[in-house]
Design a protein around this ligand. Sequence first.
Ligand SMILES: NC(=O)c1ccc[n+]([C@@H]2O[C@H](COP(=O)([O-])OP(=O)(O)OC[C@H]3O[C@@H](n4cnc5c(N)ncnc54)[C@H](OP(=O)(O)O)[C@@H]3O)[C@@H](O)[C@H]2O)c1
Length: 312
Amino acid sequence: MTGALTLPALGFGAAQLGNLYRETSDEEAAGAVAAAWDEGIRYFDTAPHYGIGLSEERLGAQLRGRPREQYLISTKVGRLLRPGPGGGDDMDNAFAVPDDRVRVWDMSEAGVRASHAESLERLGLDRVDILYLHDPEEGPTEQAFAEALPALAAMREEGLVRAVGVGSKDTEVLARAVRTGLVDLVMVSGRYTLLEQPAAAELLPACEEHGVGVVAVSVFNSGILARPEPAADAAYEYGAAPAEMLERARALARVAREHGAELPDLAMQFPLRHPAIDTVVLGMRTAAQVHQNAGRMRVPIPEEAWDAAAAI
Ligand SMILES: NC(=O)c1ccc[n+]([C@@H]2O[C@H](COP(=O)([O-])OP(=O)(O)OC[C@H]3O[C@@H](n4cnc5c(N)ncnc54)[C@H](OP(=O)(O)O)[C@@H]3O)[C@@H](O)[C@H]2O)c1
């Protein structure tokens, strides 16, 4: 339970619809969302950051015709999109899109409200269910706590959104947000995965103490856990995986195989075993990935496999 909402165990992450790392075609994007819907996935996450608006535009286009009361959607605030120079691309931020728009940090109350309104425009929807403050540690952090979080809480009280939170890979900033008492949920990126669990020390106990819901994302650690056998050039934290991480991932892959499963099955199901975590959101680019991942959530994993993985 997350504020006024109950989130499903599996959600669809739409950073890939914003051309994260490489181009996703319009057809692939449409196919991925349609497949998610067919698999019964009813929670979708996006952000202005993802493809400088492209993810919101594509996701909105695919969701607009669907019954609004049947799904939940979150987007994020903290970066406004403004006209960019054009003529180049956004690969410095890992998105394969033209730089005809740019991101501008704004964690003021006015900025948060403007960001929400502009996201609704791009999505073509009249409401989103959840608003997260996005990566406050990378932007004006003190303004985030002084202005953005109170603004989000006020917007929830005004009925503009049903729940508010913070999305980040920084467990300290997330725990600080939890302790303000203003947020309903946090989206924790890459900090509670099969590979590593730094969120277990302080963040998750703080969430339990304050009744704050947790959405775990980047549960493949941005690629290294996504395949049955991690490749030598597997991605970790949006870059090349260090040797010790690769070794650990390969040992976990062996454990999975020995128990009749595959590494990504364990990676997807692992976070949900923690009592504080309600939901895993996976980044998916194609219909094939969606169908495969929905199946991975259903693979039975014996208790001994979890014990063996914990011993690595
Ligand atoms: N600060 C924040 O709030 C924050 C941070 C990170 C993420 N998020 C949210 O969480 C979502 C997921 O995070 P993420 O993209 O970092 O990581 P992730 O879910 O750990 O990994 C996604 C990658 O896994 C690969 N993948 C997925 N299904 C696969 C399959 N069946 N077979 C092979 N590969 C597969 C895809 O690779 P390819 O790229 O090769 O297709 C995809 O790019 C994002 O879309 C976003 O919504 C939020």
